[in-house]
Design a protein around this ligand. Structure first.
Ligand code: PMP
Ligand code: GLU
Length: 397
């Protein structure tokens, strides 16, 4: 069968692929520690679950408006005001089936052939492919580990060409965990404004931020960008609601209307009962979110120290999200049973097959010298996983 050639532009999501592989091995009886896909290992808050049950029981199970119900839009408007100091009207909000879908929609309505979209690396695996699917060209702007994996304004400026349409920012970042300060964002915002860029800020890890750091996005730092900034968020990470598939967007009315038009011909509305649950999570007691972030910080402290204790491995301290992105390239060139481990993919295969630990190769995020571990798993798993990695590294010749 000849499939559409646009499929050749992309590859399957590595994060999801590795998780599926780890799960398949587990189902086959292997003892696997999964540091693969990042999703909180907590339960969805009770208020959200109850709202969904109520929605089912009261028959709130039909089509809703394509861009989301007013109740959820109002909860999102309140959230933007309360947490981010940003004001939106209902017509400036669109709800979609997860942040990935929001980003897909944005790429489809904003980008086309000839456009370049700037993506700082290391980047979340899906950004380049979403841009490619829209027919545009992802332009990777490398950041340096020595600079804490932060995009510098002069680098951003140099990457802009006559074709540059947009910049995608993600803070706290998947996979590096780096979080930008308001001052740093203000300097990037100055370049974005001067170069007339659209900015997509992916704030899904906003709530998972450590050491008392205050979250800021580029709009907080640079209010004049409002006409050209799309704020993307979701209930997935903040409320451990990855399976409910609710993401949302705050942005200029014209772009929001375009997203809704596209959605009306693709998914129609996001699931009615999940919308009710999302509204309840956003309107509910936010203490659960703080507790979850505290626990993630405890795990971060442990895993960073443990990784840095493995000879040949070094790891920066992330300021947010639930990933670590250790440098492992000092191990490249070593071998197991005569087979040389030469890159992050080979190391990930070795760790999975020989030690039963699933990690994602850094090459998938644009930095082959690294691997990514999600510590959204129990402390017990983290301790055992690290013990296995250490033993695996020691076995390499
Ligand atoms: N952005 C980033 C940076 C992510 O890590 C993820 C991972 N899930 C998403 C967006 C997509 O989130 P959702 O599950 O809401 O689609
Ligand atoms: N965002 C998570 C990750 O990067 C979930 C999987 C995905 O959607 O990529 O692991």
């Amino acid at each position: 069968m000849k499939l559409a050639s646009r499929l050749d532009l992309i590859k399957p999501s590595a994060t999801l692929l590795i998780t599926a592989k780890a799960n398949a091995l587990k189902a086959a009886g292997r003892d696997i520690i999964g540091f693969g896909a990042g999703e909180p290992d907590f339960d969805t808050p009770m208020t959200a679950r109850q709202a969904a049950i109520k929605a089912i029981e009261t028959g709130f199970t039909k089509y809703t408006p394509v861009g989301g119900i007013d109740e959820l839009k109002d909860a999102i408007i309140d959230k933007f005001k309360r947490d981010n100091g940003l004001s939106y009207k209902r017509s400036e909000i669109a709800v979609s089936c997860g942040a990935k879908h929001t980003l897909y929609n944005l790429a489809q309505v904003l980008f086309e052939e000839g456009d370049e979209v700037l993506i700082p690396s290391p980047y979340w695996v899906s950004y380049p492919d979403l841009v490619l699917l829209a027919g545009a060209r992802p332009v990777i702007v490398e950041t340096r580990e020595e600079e804490g994996f932060k995009l510098k304004p002069d680098r951003l400026d140099r990457a802009v060409t006559g074709r540059t349409k947009a910049l995608i920012l993600n803070s706290p970042s998947n996979p590096s965990g780096v979080a930008y300060s308001k001052e740093e964002l203000s300097a990037l915002g100055e370049v974005a404004a001067r170069r007339d860029l659209i900015v997509i800020t992916d704030d899904v890890y906003e709530k998972i931020i450590y050491d008392g750091l205050e979250f800021a996005n580029i709009l907080n730092a640079c209010g004049e960008l409002k006409d050209k900034t799309l704020v993307v968020n979701a209930v997935s990470k903040a409320y451990a609601m990855t399976g409910w598939r609710i993401g949302y967007l705050g942005g200029p009315e014209e772009i929001v209307a375009a997203v809704v038009k596209l959605q009306s011909q693709s998914t129609s509305n996001p699931t009615s009962i999940a919308q009710k649950a999302a509204a309840a999570a956003l309107n509910g007691d936010q203490a659960v979110v703080v507790e979850m972030a505290k626990e993630f910080q405890r795990r971060r402290d442990f895993i960073v120290e443990a990784l840095n204790g493995i000879p040949g491995v070094s790891c920066l301290l992330p300021q947010g999200a639930f990933y670590v992105f250790p440098r492992v390239s000092n191990l490249y060139g070593r071998s197991f049973q005569g087979k040389i481990i030469g890159n992050s993919a080979a190391l990930a295969v070795y760790l999975l097959e020989e030690t039963g630990v699933a990690v994602v190769p850094g090459g998938e995020f644009g930095h082959d010298e690294h691997i990514r571990l999600s510590y959204a798993t129990s402390m017990k798993n983290i301790e055992e996983g690290i013990r296995r990695i250490r033993a695996g590294v020691e076995r390499l010749a």
